[in-house]
Design a protein around this ligand. Sequence first.
Ligand code: PMP
Length: 432
Amino acid sequence: MHDPQHPLTTSEQLHAAALDVFPGGVSHNIRYFEPHPIYIARASDSRIWDVDGNEYVDFWMNHMASVLGHAYPDVVEAVTEQARDGLHYGAPNEVALELGRLVRTFVPSAERVRFCASGTEATMYAVRLARAHTDRDRILKAEGGWHGGNTDLSVAIHAPYDQPETAGLPPGVTEQVHAFPVNDPDAVVDLLERYRGEVAAIIVEPMLLAGGGVTATDEFLRTLREECDARGCVLIFDEVVTGFRVSPGSYQARIGVLPDLTTLGKFLGGGLPVGALAGRAELFEPARPDIDVPPVERVIAGGGTFSMNPMTAAAGVASLRVLDDEPVFAYTESRAERVRTELAALFEELNVDSVVLGESSLFLPHFAPEGPLDSVGAVETKTDRDALRAYHVRLLEHGYYFLPGHMGSVSYQTTDAQLDGFLDATRTVVGQ
Ligand code: PMP
């Protein structure tokens, strides 16, 4: 019940109004949290401001898409300039071609690229291409792997940091998609044996962000590559988060394991909506409108009204040029490494059982009395999720914005002083 002694904040009022408009007041379930979501009025560099005038250091950073931070000057300039020439044409344009070329530069397995409007679409098209290419139906995915709202992959997403299972799926989906625990090669081989000759693709995120920050080992990813080669399956890396975030530009580039298809999004659009599917040219043959490709039937892979949007492309090109010209990876990764190390030390000093997960520029502390956390299942069963949410909500009160329960992201504009402040605030919040 509302206490009349404490007038509602503008965020509370807007959330109350939103309940009549949006289910739960939000358009994305993970943006809902108790006591209520905070309404943002503007964002710049590493900070955001809410509608009540509160300033926060932002560690959520646009679902981790804004690696350069908010309103990076080169990006704002590029978008403003493009806006004068039109917002969208629904037609080929040079700036999108430039972005496609940059994808090829940063993602070693990208011989061909198709743009779409979200990471969800990219994973949908990836699965479709793989099925068309192999003429098989079954898909293997990681437990806790999140590939967007894509119907084809909305099973076994029962990670602690996202929705549980999804209702409303056609029966074929649940029958054809099988989940394995990441970093368990035997489980993958068991599934491949059980469905010998029927598996079209294996899809995996190199880092399972919605899965609580568990990372696939290089060895595990290499095993997936070998198994796919041996069995004629398509290997798909979902690099929607890791693409352009992980030095030197994609996870596959860092570890030297190349998938057949890669899904991209988030940072590729420089903060605007985007998705892309990239991979071996051969796999895209059925998607070519310029040739007849019998006996393979044509496949729709990529596209949509807003694909190749020049505003997105202008923002993406400007952002990727910054990656090329400036030490973005070195800066963000070293700062996040400092946060991971110092958070772990601080929790130990405060006698709080915790495990800090995350790699590259990402970090997520778990309150885990019974660690270790070496699998999504362990994260799910051994961590105190309510404690994590409570920690993040308390940090909001101190001016540090995390989406409660979710990953923190260090941006290129996050300062050392802000990290000092965040670590001090953690001491206060957790020490009490
Ligand atoms: N794949 C991964 C690994 C993601 O993290 C996400 C979004 N969080 C998606 C796909 C879906 O991307 P989008 O939200 O742009 O549809």
